[in-house]
Ligand binder design. Sequence first.
Ligand code: ADP
Ligand code: MG
Length: 247
Amino acid sequence: MSAMLEVASVSKNFGGVIANRDVSIRIEQGEIVGLIGPNGSGKTTLFNSIIGYHPVDAGSITFEGREITRLRVPRIARLGLIRTFQQTRIFGKMTCMQNMAVSVPNRQEGLAASFSRFPKALIDRAEELLEFVGLHEKRHLRAGDLSFGQQKLLEFAMALMNEPRMLLLDEPTAGINPTLINGLIDRLQRANQQLGITLLIIEHNMRVIMNLAERIYCLAHGQLLAEGEPSAIQNDQRVIDAYLGAS
Ligand code: ADP
Ligand code: MG
């Protein structure tokens, strides 16, 4: 059986800097998988290669049995493979609801278009998902007026608007206070269990990733260093030397 996502021997370099070298990972449908490693180890680059943000130099990527190696972001997004960013990408002057509405591909035309023109089904879905992340009461507030943690929750809800089958999250808890972190862990687990979304999560907070992930990959210097269950990864001497020992 092929995995839901299969990254096979992917390499990517930027003008001589080898960001990923011969990286292979497999993710089964329904899993929550962690991706860890020091800064500059190539985690974000791997995400960008998977979702079609830039072409790879070597290797292949397959999603649900379909080769996506040379497809670009919009095509891959339509297959249900979606990412979020390390930095939030919301429109600060628009309300939460407006951000939700414009986060769906094909509806981006005319950001200024009046919100009332969006179909009822889309608005209902946006309200449902804002409820899901705990922002329903704030739905008519400007996104820029939310706290940073709330903005990350909004961004998560925006990603869910695209009905992902697999979501790649780049440091979802970075900069969020501990209370909101627990809320986010809970939402991610519910997205996995109730909405059936497979998750691949880059995360520096070891408490978060140990709580969430069933399996963890560790990158160092662009290469895969280790793969295993959280407890095994935490005690892996190579991972401790390259990453955990330093943090
Ligand atoms: P991580 O997310 O693990 O911190 P990155 O994937 O962002 O690591 O970066 C891996 C390496 O690739 C770093 O040396 C980084 O400077 C380099 N890199 C990433 N993106 C680019 C780019 N667009 N242009 C040039 N170098 C890049
Ligand atoms: Mg990164």
